[in-house]
Design a protein around this ligand. Structure first.
Ligand SMILES: *Cc1c(COP(=O)(O)O)cnc(C)c1O
Length: 349
């Protein structure tokens, strides 16, 4: 076995939620995919580029998408950087700002990829626990000599909770390094932090088309930041990190804001119903600003509940955060999927 760098040998690697292949009947509520098909305009746009042929390299900067996204946010296209999913964006940002022996910070419990990205760089992790009410302590915004990057999933996963833009701005003010606000779920929330970017070059916003636009299989994400920051990040990305098909699909997707608004409304209504029903069964459900709900139960351990559901063909995400606790993260699926899950839960708890 040739020797990899010691930090790679020591790390476990990120474990994504289960993606069972070819199990048609399974109800999949474990990775926050959108249960509805994407906008028909996306399929049409993809059909057109495939028809035209794929023999040429794609546009390295995904100009068509940047232009449309810039219009949507009222910025110039050079404030946008596109990636192969927002995980690619997180990787680019980490590689640009974080080196060996540097330090990153993120909250706990949160998105587990932040740790993996830091470990790949050989950087240290400063992990700040959420308060019991899912607010963050002032410590989250405190600097030190090693800190190079702070990640904040907002809305957070697995809790579905939000930190207000005012509070995010406060953290960014006091931090000595960039603050990457991961807004993967923000289309299901009421507020976002895009408005903060113009006032503070340390704030970067990452977005994805995987959840709200129902395009997890397409792989497209993007970053909003000031142009001098984007210019540095371009040096780090792969030349052709987005392909012709994903650029065409993603551009058509953000062009169809009507589709987004309609789908969002349906998912929020299901979320409401799901939350009420789970509370009625004695689950503690955190008020969600995303397309999933996080729940724990005072009288029933939830790990066996996850296993029972799986046996019955419903996959949810069981999350265990060592030293913190565990819970179930259940995606807001279609009404039919959610009813099947709720029906089984009634029989289990
Ligand atoms: C799903 C998710 C992402 C990654 O999305 P992709 O664009 O599919 O890579 C990033 N951050 C959080 C918090 C997520 O839940």
């Amino acid at each position: 076995m040739p020797s990899v760098r010691p930090n790679i040998a020591e790390m476990t690697g990120y474990a994504p939620g289960e993606q069972p292949q070819g199990v048609a009947k399974l109800i999949k509520l474990n990775t926050n995919e959108n249960p509805y098909p994407c906008s028909p305009k996306v399929k049409a746009a993809i059909g057109r580029v495939v028809q035209a042929g794929l023999q040429k390299y794609p546009d390295p900067m995904a100009t068509a998408f940047r232009t449309r996204a810039a219009e949507l946010y009222g910025v110039e296209p050079d404030w946008i950087l596109c990636g192969n999913g927002s995980d690619d964006i997180l990787t680019i940002v980490t590689r640009a700002f974080v080196g060996t022996s540097d330090m990153v910070r993120f909250a706990n419990p949160s998105y587990l990829l932040y740790r993996t990205l830091a470990e790949i760089q050989g950087a240290a992790c400063d992990i700040v626990n959420y308060n019991a009410d899912w607010s963050l302590p002032d410590e989250f915004g405190q600097g030190n000599d090693w800190l190079r990057l702070v990640y904040l999933a907002n809305p957070n996963s697995p809790s579905g909770t939000v930190i207000s833009p005012e509070r995010v701005a406060e953290f960014a003010e006091s931090l000595p390094c960039p603050l990457l606000v991961d807004e993967a779920y923000v289309d299901f929330a009421e507020e976002d932090c895009v408005g903060l970017v113009a006032a503070n070059e340390k704030i970067m916003i990452s977005r994805t088309l995987s959840k709200s636009y129902a395009l997890a299989g397409l792989r497209f994400g993007y970053l909003i930041a000031q142009p001098q920051v984007i210019r540095e990040l371009i040096k780090v990305k792969d030349s052709y990190n987005c392909d012709t098909i994903s650029i065409a699909g993603a551009t058509a997707a953000i062009d169809d804001q009507e589709w987004l608004a309609e789908t969002r409304a349906v998912i929020l209504a299901t979320r409401e119903r799901m939350t009420e029903s789970l509370c009625g069964m004695g689950f503690n459900v955190v008020d969600s600003h995303t397309n999933f709900v996080w729940c724990t139960h005072d009288n029933t351990p939830v790990e066996p509940v996850y296993r029972e559901l799986k046996k019955a063909g419903v996959l949810v995400r069981y999350m265990l955060y060592p030293g913190w606790g565990d819970g179930l993260r259940i995606t807001v699926g279609s009404d039919e999927q959610v009813d099947a899950c709720l029906g089984l839960l009634k029989g289990i708890v």
